[in-house]
Design a protein around this ligand. Structure first.
Ligand SMILES: CC(C)(COP(=O)(O)OP(=O)(O)OC[C@H]1O[C@@H](n2cnc3c(N)ncnc32)[C@H](O)[C@@H]1OP(=O)(O)O)[C@@H](O)C(=O)NCCC(=O)NCCS
Length: 206
């Protein structure tokens, strides 16, 4: 699982992110975030394979190579940005955070999806990684951020771990969306949580 961190930090710079992002916090105490690259495929898929039983009750999971190709495609689209979470100590892939449905115009909003990977789940690493990603989302585009104003997290009401993560990050409960997403063969109700840039960083997350 150990990776060459010198190599990784050089390769972890997302496409198009050069000097403009200098000063942006990409690395926390225990994790770093990086955009996916083709060379991450096996590293990422190994982590997903370890985590199928953990993730599948809540999110669709695929361990096929094509699933990673789809991640690269999505990350290349202006509507999405994908971040992989790197454990600094051992270089393992600790999670994935997907910024989906980026809408510009008057909205400048997106929804966030995430999965923690075994054995890092439940250790606070996703919280740390989410702080880095949220910072990136709310940072203006001219200094390398995504320039968003609002982020939302949609969670099935029984997914206590995800709700706990969203709340700890300062996301507000906005409402209930019946039959919101098609997951595991059915349209699932979701609770909607949101955060705007004016609210960040929240006292609990700073
Ligand atoms: C939802 C999910 C991403 C949350 O990830 P997570 O690993 O639990 O989140 P964190 O990294 O913040 O870990 C939180 C836990 O670590 C604990 N922890 C341990 N050390 C910690 C530290 N130094 N700092 C903060 N928390 C720490 C916290 O107390 C918390 O445990 P608790 O939930 O028992 O109170 C994860 O459970 C998951 O992937 N679930 C399956 C897929 C899924 O549901 N995706 C989201 C769909 S909406």
């Amino acid at each position: 699982m150990r990776r060459d961190m010198t190599r990784m930090s050089r390769r972890s710079r997302p496409a198009g992110e050069g000097k403009a992002v200098r000063g942006l916090k990409m690395t926390g105490a225990r994790v770093a975030i990086k955009r996916p690259e083709a060379s991450d495929a096996e590293w990422y898929l190994d982590a997903v394979r370890r985590s199928v039983d953990f993730i599948s009750p809540w999110n669709p999971v695929s361990t096929e190579r094509v699933a990673f190709a789809q991640i690269l495609d999505r990350d290349a689209s202006p509507s999405n940005a994908i971040f992989l979470v790197v454990d600094i100590a051992d270089g393992g892939c600790a999670g994935k955070i997907a910024i989906n449905n980026i809408v510009r115009g008057l909205f400048h909003s997106a929804s966030i999806g995430y999965d923690a990977f075994v054995p890092y789940a439940g250790t606070g690493r996703m919280y740390e990684a989410m702080r880095l990603v949220i910072d990136r989302c709310f940072t203006p585009e001219h200094i390398g951020g995504l320039g968003l104003h609002r982020l939302e997290i949609n969670v099935q009401p029984a997914n206590e771990r995800s709700i706990s993560l969203a709340r700890r990050l300062g996301f507000r409960y906005e409402g209930f969306s019946p039959r919101y997403l098609y997951i595991n063969g059915a349209w699932r109700d979701h609770d909607r949580y949101a955060l705007t840039s004016e609210e960040w960083p929240t006292p609990s997350s700073s």
